[in-house]
Design a protein around this ligand. Structure first.
Ligand code: NAI
Ligand code: MG
Length: 359
C-alpha cells in the first residue's frame, strides 16, 4: 500500500519545519515497511501569490484531488499579503472544497513540556477535540440593513443540517468508542441558544443508541471552558459545533503547553477527497530565518496522518519518539520555545528522526 501525499510547505517557518516532518515520516515508513510518495507544490503560499497574483492555480483542485492527503506547513506573510487573502485563498478553500468536515486536535501534555496549569503531569491532560468544520455558526447567511444609521442591524444565521450534525457526532461517538476511557462530552448551549443547540442535543440523543458502553455527557460551553482549565483530566473526547469547537481546539492545546508542538487534522473521513494534516501554528514571521522553529507540531501532524490511514504501529512509534526526545530535556536539542539553549529545528527534528529509526 502506498500513500500519496501532496506536500505544501507554504510560507515562513512552514518551509523550515516541513523537511523534518517528511524525514520523520520516511523514517517511520522505512522501519514499518510501507511506502510513502511525496509530491511537492509551491502554490498555496504568499511567494506564489506575489509572482502570480493569486494563491493557487485555477486547476488546483484537479491537481490535489488525486492525493490521499495534503501535508501542509503554514501560510501567511502578513506584511506583504493581507491574512484574509492568504488564508481564504488556500486553507479555507481546502476545508470547504474537499469537504473536510472534521477538525481533529489532540490535547496531550507531553513529558518535559512545562504545563501552564498547576500540578498537572503527563497523563492528566490527554483528550481530543472534534470540531465541526463546514457549517454551524460560520455561515454566510445574513446581512446588514440601515447601514451607518442609528437603526443599523446586522444578522448572521447559524446553519445546522441533519447531515452535517449527524456526521460529526457519529465521528466523535466512534472515536470515543475506540479509546479506553469510552467517554464523550458534547459542548452545547441549549439554555441560551434555543433552536440550534437543542437540535444538536437531540441528534446526539438519537445517535447514541448504539453506544451503550459509552459514558456520554454534555456541558454548556461556558462552564466547559472552565472545567477544561480546572479539571482537564475528566475529559476524553469532546465534540462541538464549528464555533464551540474552534474555541475548545485553541484552549485545549494551550492548556498542554507551547503552540509549537500542537498538530491538527482536517478530515474528509469518507476518503472522497484528500484530508489535510498541519501544525496548529502559523508562519511565525518573528522567528523566520533563525532556524529555531519547533518542528514537533509538523512531525506530530505527520503522525496523525499515519494514524488516520491505519498505520497504527508506525503512528504509535512516532508519538513515542516525540515523547522520548522531549522527556530527555536536553537543552542543546530543544528549541528555545521549549526552554532549549543552543537547540534548533535541525537538532530537535533530527533527534526525533533518529529516535524513530532506533525504536
Ligand atoms: P503564529 O502561530 O505564526 O505565531 C504566534 C507566536 O508563536 C509567534 O511568537 C511565533 O514565533 C510562535 N511560534 C509559532 N510557531 C512556532 C514554532 N513552531 N516554534 C516556535 N515558536 C513558534 O501566529 P501569528 O503570529 O498570529 O500569525 C503569523 C502568520 O501566520 C499570519 O500571516 C497568520 O495569518 C498565519 N497563520 C497561519 C496559520 C496556518 O497556516 N494554519 C495558522 C495561524 C496563523
Ligand atoms: Mg482558531
Amino acid at each position: 500500500q502506498t500513500l500519496n501525499i501532496a506536500v505544501i510547505a507554504g510560507d515562513g517557518i512552514g518551509i523550515e519545519v516541513m523537511p523534518f516532518g517528511v524525514r520523520c515520516l520516511k523514517a517511520a515508513a522505512s522501519v514499518y515497511g510501507f511506502s510513502l510518495e511525496f509530491t511537492e507544490f509551491d502554490f498555496a503560499s504568499c511567494e506564489y501569490y506575489l509572482k502570480n497574483g493569486k494563491m493557487m492555480p485555477n486547476d488546483w483542485k484537479e491537481k490535489l484531488s488525486q492525493f490521499d492527503a495534503i501535508y501542509f506547513g503554514a501560510v501567511g506573510m502578513p506584511n506583504l499579503v493581507p491574512d484574509h487573502v492568504s488564508l481564504w485563498g488556500s486553507l479555507l478553500k481546502f476545508r470547504r472544497e474537499f469537504d473536510q468536515y472534521i477538525n481533529l486536535r489532540p490535547c496531550r501534555l507531553m513529558p518535559g513540556v512545562p504545563c501552564p496549569l498547576a500540578n498537572k503531569k503527563p497523563g492528566d491532560i490527554d483528550f481530543w477535540v472534534v470540531r465541526e468544520n463546514t457549517e454551524g455558526e460560520y455561515s454566510s447567511v445574513g446581512g446588514k440593513m440601515f447601514e451607518d444609521t442609528e437603526r443599523e442591524i446586522v444578522v448572521q444565521e447559524t446553519i445546522m443540517t441533519r447531515v452535517g450534525v449527524d456526521r460529526v457526532l457519529k465521528y466523535a461517538l466512534e472515536l470515543a468508542s475506540s479509546r479506553p476511557k469510552k467517554h464523550l462530552t458534547s459542548a452545547t448551549k441549549s439554555n441560551g441558544i434555543s433552536i440550534t443547540m437543542p437540535y444538536w442535543d437531540d441528534r446526539l440523543q438519537k445517535l447514541q443508541g448504539g453506544y451503550e458502553d459509552l459514558k456520554i455527557d454534555k456541558f454548556h460551553i461556558d462552564i466547559l471552558t472552565a472545567w477544561l482549565v480546572l479539571r482537564p483530566e475528566q475529559f476524553d473526547v469532546i465534540v462541538g459545533s464549528n464555533l464551540f469547537g474552534d474555541i475548545l481546539s485553541d484552549l485545549g492545546p494551550a492548556c498542554a503547553g507551547t503552540i509549537g508542538i500542537a498538530p491538527s487534522a482536517n478530515l474528509n473521513p469518507d476518503g472522497k477527497f484528500p484530508s489535510l494534516f498541519e501544525p496548529v501554528h502559523g508562519s511565525a514571521p518573528d522567528i523566520v530565518g533563525k532556524g529555531i522553529a519547533n518542528p514537533v507540531g509538523m512531525i506530530w501532524a505527520g503522525q496523525m496522518m499515519l494514524e488516520h490511514f491505519g498505520f497504527k504501529e508506525a503512528a504509535a512509534a512516532m508519538l513515542k519518539a516525540i515523547e522520548n526526545v522531549l522527556a530527555r530535556q536536553e537543552a542543546h536539542v530543544l528549541t528555545p520555545d521549549m526552554g532549549g539553549k543552543g537547540g534548533s529545528t535541525e537538532s530537535l527534528g533530527s533527534a526525533i528522526e533518529k529516535e524513530i529509526l532506533a525504536l
